[in-house]
Design a protein around this ligand. Structure first.
Ligand code: ADP
Ligand code: MG
Length: 318
């Protein structure tokens, strides 16, 4: 056990240094030099124990994920992250827990050059709230409302892995290590988001599930979306762990993958592939935006509806 100020000192000892942080942790507020001519992009997400992560999650994974989900939002805007703040609510001031939490938080912050510039430390149920600030060229942010009729729908990486891990965890059996890593340590697609600026129209990160999140793009853009489920990439680990019925449900409805779903006109498909190459991020074309409303799903060209057995398995214990 230790005091609030000892914890803040431990946090301060590990932050990433940036020239544009004129005043970081230690005063009443941070002072940041925002680059001339850029717009500030701000995102905030909270993780509550037992709600957003199982109580048994390793503190380092909680630290990683608390920052990752916020960086993912910044990536989905096509912005470059620069600074973050951290509000930490803990039942007691546990220095070893905070050090382990920082191991994960810091690894990701360092990988993307993001400086922790302030926060708050309080006593209460375990809850972590992070705010990330980034920058983007004026008017260039990738908005949900910017899809156009005729746009291709693209997805990065593989979909369904995190939901597969959660499914296995709820089933009480062994959890595949690859799927588990996708759930515990999502990789925010920052390089891809940045590379898609000026190419993609709309973008969102897949946190709630592909259909739900694509639905946000469709609704915000006043359009319909149609996807072919067979085109949605699945990892070898997911294919090995689940039969096709359950896999399709996990891919359509499962969340927490933090991949980017974005739209772009077919005329720039080559530029999308170049952006994928420069950012070393695989992408796949999975559908098309058109006039109308809602998200429709095809499987091998026919309208898809979850099979009863797949749904039973998917929903069991959920
Ligand atoms: P105040 O009473 O002015 O809110 P605090 O004692 O809460 O000051 O915080 C002191 C300094 O430590 C501030 O610069 C604040 O931003 C920073 N800080 C507090 N908690 C955290 C945290 N969890 N992560 C990063 N910085 C923190
Ligand atoms: Mg405070």
């Amino acid at each position: 056990m230790t005091g609030e100020f000892d914890l803040i000192d431990r946090i301060r000892a590990r932050v990433v240094a940036r020239d544009d942080v004129r005043l970081g942790i230690g005063d009443d507020a941070a002072v940041l030099a925002v680059p001339d001519g850029l717009q500030l992009v701000v995102a905030m997400d909270t993780l509550n124990a037992g709600v957003h992560f199982p109580e048994t999650t390793a503190p380092a994974d909680i630290g990683w994920k608390a920052l990752a989900v916020n960086l993912s939002d910044v990536a989905a805007m096509g912005a470059v992250p620069a600074w973050c703040t951290l509000s930490l609510s803990m039942p007691d001031a546990d220095a070893s827990w905070v050090e382990a939490f920082l191991d994960g938080f810091d690894a990701l912050a360092r990988a993307h050059g993001v400086a922790l510039v302030g926060g708050d430390t309080t006593r209460g149920p375990l809850s972590i709230c992070v705010t990330v600030h980034g920058v983007v060229a004026p008017g260039r942010a990738l908005r949900r409302a910017a899809a156009c009729a005729g746009d291709d729908i693209w997805i990065s990486g593989t979909i369904g892995d995190a939901a597969g891990a959660l499914r296995q965890w709820r089933d009480g059996g062994a959890i595949d290590a690859v799927l588990r890593a996708r759930f515990d340590r999502p990789s925010p697609r920052l390089a891809l988001g940045d590379a898609l600026v000026g190419i993609a129209h709309a973008a969102i990160d897949v946190s709630d599930g592909l259909l739900a999140d694509l639905g946000h793009i469709a609704r915000a853009s006043g359009l319909a979306a149609e996807i072919e489920l067979d085109e949605v990439p699945a990892s070898a680990a997911l294919r090995a762990a689940f039969d096709a019925d359950v896999r399709h449900l996990l891919q359509a409805s499962g969340g927490d993958d933090y991949e980017l779903c974005f739209t772009a006109p077919p005329s720039v498909a080559d530029a999308v592939r170049d952006a994928a190459r420069v950012s070393a991020t695989p992408v796949a074309r999975i559908g098309r935006m058109h006039a109308g409303t809602g998200v429709s799903v095809l499987l091998a060209g026919a309208p898809w509806a979850p099979s009863a057995s797949g749904w039973d398995h998917f929903a069991a214990g959920a």
